[in-house]
Design a binder for this molecule. Structure first.
Ligand code: UDP
Length: 455
């Protein structure tokens, strides 16, 4: 943890601890940059495979490996998510304790831990060492409110105010419930995040107040909730952080120039960008329907199919696509979404992708695959009205090529498409306002910084 500039004086030192995964590193790294821009020294502690793909320093942010996740095969190791989580806790908590303790005799002792809500044990370590702790959720406020409802349903604790979410029509319990029922061990892990969260000084969300207004108000009755998003690099939003061109890091090999050069040959709004994020695994049948929907639609398409998913593509599909299509294994998503050629985002509605689509004003076709993605899709279609969700088969959930193609058409052309585009521009503007000086997220970040500094 070397100091960046000898003459420069930091206001305080904050340790940021993301979970392993693209959807965790991205928002927490961007939030770190915001804190750093306000004079905070940041150390970002990440798993070894994440830090290996990052330079030792991102701007003024120093990186420290906290856990050698690759030793046992990482998240894909033989003992699955549970093994990964348990080992992370056992080894990571020792390393975390060492990192914080070592800093106490340095010029800038760590005063606060911003931890990924997937790592609740780290809050206990921080509080045990007498520093502040802020939980960071990488899902929406609505999703978290739903989890709190679920805890209450099992009558673990009475947290009455949240039931009103369903009454407000903001959370579709049947959707979430049917998905969560399929993943009982994952659900008990997710609900475990709440065991100690009320001890956290803040509970942070990559969201902004207007985006989930009622939900934020409700959640604030329970926790010290602060929205600090959207967590995109400043160059895409308010340009308040100097030299913020660096996108961050990628766990995957990006095909950046290929995508942007190709997009630059296409007309404004003529390209459908398709990505199911870093983790979703579509069935071979669903891949086939997406493939033919794209090939048969009038629009151009840029489709991200991760290397591990490529074997599900229809045989010879890649050879058949003409100039109108480009397939890559990973894209620079923010650059792509902000490119004028892109007119529609077919997305799995992971929370980061959803917020990115909202903040960059791109109309969406929402194809959720599991857990919180269903409630994100509901917000896209029904609350913000910035996209459509193709309906799948009642029993199998399979979305047909015809339905996908129709939804793409609706978003890109026609009356509904015009309304969706107007709404998308409105939300893009509101996202910017939230982060600009005096905006709700900016004020929240200022408040957090002031409290850490004065503590
Ligand atoms: N992403 C990217 N290139 C891709 C696909 C995804 O950079 O080809 C990024 C995307 O911008 C987002 C993150 O990976 O920040 C995925 O997070 P999200 O919450 O959307 O989905 P998850 O991968 O966690 O399911």
């Amino acid at each position: 943890m070397e100091e960046v500039q000898a003459s420069f004086s930091y206001k305080a030192h904050v340790l940021v601890l993301p979970f392993h995964g693209q959807g965790h590193m991205n928002p927490m790294l961007q939030f770190s940059k915001r804190l750093a821009s306000k004079g905070i020294k940041i150390t970002l502690a990440a798993t070894l495979s994440a830090t290996k793909n990052m330079p030792p320093q991102v701007g003024s942010i120093s990186l420290e490996p906290i856990y050698d996740d690759l030793t046992h095969g990482g998240l894909d190791g033989a003992d699955g998510l549970k093994g990964f989580i348990d080992r992370f806790q056992e080894i990571g908590s020792r390393n975390l304790r060492d990192l914080i303790t070592k800093s106490q005799s340095s010029k800038y002792p760590i005063k606060c831990l911003v931890y990924d809500a997937n790592l609740p044990w780290s809050l206990d370590v921080a509080l045990g060492l007498g520093i502040m702790g802020a939980g960071f959720f990488t899902q929406s406020c609505a999703t978290i409110a739903t989890y709190v409802d679920m805890i209450e349903e099992n009558s673990l604790e009475s947290k009455k105010p949240l039931r009103s979410l369903e009454e407000l029509g903001l959370v579709n319990m049947p959707d979430m419930g049917s998905s969560t029922g399929r993943y009982p061990s994952l659900m008990s892990f997710l609900l475990g995040h709440f065991d100690n969260i009320d001890k956290a000084d803040w509970v942070l969300f990559n969201s902004f107040d207007k985006l989930e207004e009622e939900v934020v108000k409700n959640l604030m009755k329970l926790y010290e909730v602060r929205t600090i998003g959207p967590t995109l690099p400043s160059m895409y939003l308010d340009k308040r952080i100097e030299d913020d061109k660096d996108y961050g890091f990628n766990l995957y090999q990006s095909t950046g120039d290929t995508c942007i050069n190709w997009l630059s040959t296409k007309e404004r709004g003529s390209v459908v960008y398709v990505s199911f994020g870093s983790a979703a695994r579509l069935s071979a049948e669903q891949m086939e329907e997406v493939a033919w929907a794209l090939n048969e639609s009038d629009a151009n398409f840029l489709w991200v199919v991760r290397t591990s998913e490529e074997n599900k593509l229809p045989s010879s599909f890649k050879e058949q696509i003409s100039e109108k299509g480009l397939m890559v294994t990973w894209s620079p998503q923010l650059e792509v979404l902000s490119h004028e050629a892109v007119g529609c985002f077919v997305t799995h509605c992971g929370w980061n992708s959803t917020v990115e689509g909202v903040s960059l004003g791109v109309p969406m076709v929402a194809m959720p695959q599991f857990l919180d993605q269903f409630s994100d899709a509901k917000f896209v279609e029904e609350v913000w009205e910035i996209g459509v969700r193709p309906k799948g088969d009642d029993s199998t959930g399979l979305v047909s090529r015809k339905t996908i193609a129709e939804c793409i058409k609706q978003v890109i052309q026609g009356e509904r498409g015009e309304k969706i585009k107007r709404n998308a521009s409105k939300w893009k503007q509101l996202a910017r306002v939230a982060l600009e000086e005096g905006g709700t997220s900016d004020r929240n970040i200022e408040e957090i910084v002031a409290k850490i500094v004065s503590n």
